[in-house]
Design a protein around this ligand. Sequence first.
Ligand code: HEM
Length: 504
Amino acid sequence: DFLTFFIILLLSFIWICTLFQTLNSKHRKSGKLPPGPYPIPIIGNILELGQKPHLSLAKLSKTYGPLMYLKIGYLETVVVSSPEIAKDILQKYDHVLSSRSVPSAAMAKEHHKHSMVWLPVENQWRKLRRICREQMFTLQRLDASWGLRREKLQKLFEYVSQCCVNGQAVNIGEAAFITSLNLMSATLFSVEFSEFNSDSSQEFKDVFWGVMKCVGSPNFADYFPLLKYFDPQGLLRQTKFYFGKLFAIFDGIIDQRLKSRGTQMTDDLLEALLDLNKKSDHELSRDDIKHLLLDLFVAGTDTTTGTVEWAMAELLHNPNKLLKARNELKDVVGVNGLIQESDISRLPYLQAVVKETFRLHPAAPFLVPHKSTADIEINGYVVPKNAQILVNVWASGRDSNTWPNPDSFMPERFLDRKTDFRGRDFELIPFGAGRRICPGLPLASRMVHLMLATFICNFEWKLDEGLNQEEIDMSEKFGLTLQKAIPLKAFPIKLNDNNSLVLR
Ligand code: HEM
């Protein structure tokens, strides 16, 4: 009957998994694995991860050290929690530690065969990275598209001003999400994807949230290879659906552009991509372009949104720091001045606020997991071939050996410290480092500073009646990125003319 059949199926599954694990470990060269908690047969250390794996693994590393070995289901996993070992992984040995374990959901519509995020370090990946570096995110290209972004910041400013008039609270994360989406769509193809308070853009937002949820949810199919064929949580099916919707939107935009090219001058990044097809060694197929756009949107929207929301939560939690940041903006940009991207370099306190936010709330607490392509010895231990590598930047950001008072929000610590987040200083690597470092960093940095400046220089913020700054909920929600568990909502109050800056 069905029950007997089910039990036989389950026992066979357990037997095959055990056999697979044994064979897998026999293939390893002799050498000592890093220390770690004892794994339970089949499920390994899955139960130790809990709801917030970055936090649980940070705690475990206090017992087992900064290079730790676990098994998540069948997946061999090495966790790194110190800047020194992160440097070995991402710089010294990055030639063998820069591949990826592809999650099942990323296989929807064969995304992994085209995607910069999931391709191994081979020719197609190199080509995509070169295009990003030399054609899309160059200083010149980004400066040329600043006008497109300025318009979207003006819309954010107008929306918040309208909320002041209506006495309405602003959901900071949502406003930052719409603005990030629009900053990205403006920079990439001069189109506005989403509007404040509009039902028509709700569907679009739902598609994006859907993709983020499917790709970000823990998927048992990734830990137990046999489950891949059953897609037990339906995540692959849902991801296919959402990818299909996004590709249809991208197809429409590309078709329209191909028609209007030659008659209109546009300086966005789609134009740079289409120009490539005239140069044979850079040529990208239409499919490649669509998968690249998908990567840029998925990798770029949630990360920037989360960073801005965390920065605002910390500033509302610490009103004296908010005042300091606002005063600096007033001094540098001037009353009724025009905020330019080039002003960012003259705003050291704002920059320090952003660094401190990256330290405490890195959008990707484990970066995007790397994978080893060979056994490699680090610190006297073997990192086995095909292991997934989690660099716990959240843990290094809160390590009291590197940071005094690690849990306090103190942007001042960066004023007399040269530490930067561009991949050279391994104690602060929210964008990663080495060959897999985030290619969107130059755009992300501009977006985060400008959105934050727009929120703080023009408005004072009041929390809900009866709530004081001490009571802002700062708990985290683990997903594709590390978000605030409770959305931050606050009432804006327009500053009087002497105090206000207007974006033009
Ligand atoms: C990869 C962080 C914004 C595109 C990554 C990685 C991190 C990261 C940690 C993985 C690095 C590694 O594997 O070692 C962030 C943060 C952002 C941000 C914190 C904003 C605050 C953006 C933006 C874009 C973007 C705006 C595009 C416009 C990508 C892509 C990859 C990536 C395509 C994959 C690169 C590869 O695997 O070769 N990002 N990112 N990111 N990011 Fe970002």
